[in-house]
Design a protein around this ligand. Structure first.
Ligand code: BG6
Length: 511
């Protein structure tokens, strides 16, 4: 049954809620891990605070470490206190925590999975979860294949209700491993049951790109190579690798950010309009544009990619260590913590338009944006008035923080002369809607419970992403890495990244 609530705050007009999932069991593999504490449990708790959780649900942690139900509830309460968007409300917490359970098992123990199955069936009977199951694999990538096999072997891949599986990133480590994982998944689950997370798609400002492009008449006519000169996509972080040295030293920035978040931001910005706003049509168009990214030759990879690794430095006045001295990082690591690259999309809309992507850890600001720069007007009408340089128009989607959209255009400075200066027309979520956006994981968990895969990555998208990235990884193995570290923490990356854009007669945007 759909519940409809109307919110009376005038700023929230139009924000009607009509989304209530069916009763379900959510089973978290990696229940004692970092992602579960920082993101998943706080997201579920926030959904409970906002009345989006199903009328009946249980959250079943499944992991190796011994814990009682009471232990795990305590652990999750601390996690929510520390990481949740909304503060603990005792009444909500009490009823939420009653739904949390724990099963201890090794991940390669078939008996553990059988016990899980029995418990879930018992809960279906006693609590009314109706056989609906959402498995969440919040585990390191090397454990995923095994869990998938055991879910199949214990017949947990189907049930009386729906069975869905959410997989955290990274999805494979190159094209071959991603194809292999897809193949294995498809032996146990149907693609319609599989939800591959890219949490950037759950961000409010990313979803709004669909609306901005396809619900406004003035955008699409100019959204092409005739009007757009170039696009810069930046995912800048101030954090280092924190406790994730072991994973990150194998992954690096290209796999960690560009392969997934970077290319998904690109896809949403450049896809063709879907025929209908359905998961299938939207994902068809994203997959299509991802497949149109032009593969790069070895020489182009040498010329169009820049690698960086942070050394010690200061961020916001605080001294931070260099990457090579971070915990669980090889002291001579050649892993890149910064990547900048250029790519082209070979289709009718985008041929010839350069797309510049950059990401880095330990940069001066946490900032994600997509900046679309337009061509200059064909004539310089104001040069007699002393203006011999015009700033191109740009349209910028700020994904975080301070989500919004702004358009930069030239304007006359008030006065008796015709002097020009660029100004901004700004839309900010906060001031327009007066409400904080939910966290990406909230939206994605809710969508998975509702069976809406639109904001999840389909197998062919993931493979298209790896098809572009894998040759770069392979070429980098052959090209000696630069002298690392080559940028100080708290700076905007290696000098080579600036020089790379200068060669194209451009500059990175100042953020
Ligand atoms: C994750 C990466 O996918 O995204 C992390 O593994 C990164 O290294 C994080 O820090 C960034 O996410 P957000 O939402 O903080 O921009």
């Amino acid at each position: 049954m759909l519940e409809t609530r109307t919110v009376l705050n005038p700023l929230r007009e139009g924000m009607r809620v009509a989304r209530a999932p069916e009763p379900t069991s959510i089973i978290i593999f990696g229940a004692t891990g970092d992602l579960t504490r920082r993101k998943l449990v706080p997201a579920l708790y926030n959904l409970a605070c906002d009345n989006y959780m199903p009328p009946v649900y249980d959250i079943v942690g499944f992991a190796r470490k011994p814990r009682s139900d009471a232990d795990i509830r305590d652990e999750y309460k601390k996690a929510v206190t520390e990481f949740s968007r909304q503060k603990i409300q005792e009444q909500v917490w009490d009823s939420f925590s009653q739904n949390i359970f724990y099963i201890q098992s090794n991940l390669d123990d078939l008996d553990g999975y059988k016990k899980l199955k029995q418990e879930l069936e018992r809960m279906d009977q006693e609590r009314g979860t109706a056989g609906n199951r959402l498995f969440y694999l919040a585990v390191p990538p090397e454990l995923m294949p095994e869990i998938v096999k055991f879910l199949g072997a214990s017949e947990l891949n189907h049930s009386a209700g729906y069975t869905r599986i959410i997989l955290e990133k990274p999805f494979g480590s190159d094209l071959d491993s991603a194809v292999e994982l897809n193949h294995l998944l498809h032996q146990v689950f149907d693609e319609s049951q599989i939800y591959r997370i890219d949490h950037y798609l759950g961000k409010e400002a990313v979803q709004n790109i669909f609306v901005f492009r396809f619900a406004n008449g003035i955008i699409e006519p100019i959204w092409n190579r005739t009007f757009i000169n170039n696009v810069q996509i930046t995912v800048a972080e101030t954090v280092g690798v924190e406790e994730r040295g072991e994973y990150y030293d194998h992954a690096g920035a290209l796999r960690d950010i560009i392969q997934n978040h970077g290319l998904q931001l690109l896809a949403v910005t450049t896809m063709e309009p879907p025929t209908m706003f359905t998961p299938q049509d939207v994902r068809n168009q994203k997959a299509e544009v991802l497949r149109s990214i032009r593969p790069q030759s070895f020489q182009e990879i040498c010329d169009w990619t820049v690698r960086g690794q942070y050394g010690a430095g200061a961020i916001g006045g605080i001294q931070v260590p260099g990457y090579r001295t971070e915990p669980k990082v090889n002291a001579e690591s050649t892993t890149a913590t910064y990547v900048a690259l250029k790519l082209y999309i070979e289709n009718w809309r985008w041929a010839g338009v350069p797309f510049y992507l950059r990401t880095g850890k330990r940069l001066p600001k946490r900032y994600t944006e997509i900046a679309v720069e337009f061509n200059l007007p064909p004539l310089m009408l104001f040069s007699k008035e002393g203006t011999d340089h015009l700033e191109p128009n740009s349209l910028v989607f700020t994904i975080q923080p301070d989500e919004g959209i702004s358009l930069k255009f030239e304007s006359k400075i008030p006065g008796q002369e015709n002097r020009l200066r660029p100004v901004n027309m700004d839309f900010r979520y906060n001031s327009s809607f007066g409400v904080a956006a939910p966290e990406a994981y909230e939206r994605l968990l809710l969508d998975a419970m509702l069976g809406d895969p639109m904001l999840f990555t389909r197998y062919d998208e993931v493979e298209a992403q790896w098809a572009f990235i894998t040759p770069i990884l392979e070429a980098w193995k052959q090209i000696p890495p630069p002298q690392f570290p080559n940028y100080e923490s708290g700076t905007w990356g290696p000098k080579a990244a600036d020089e790379f854009l200068q060669r194209d007669g451009r500059k990175w945007r100042r953020l």
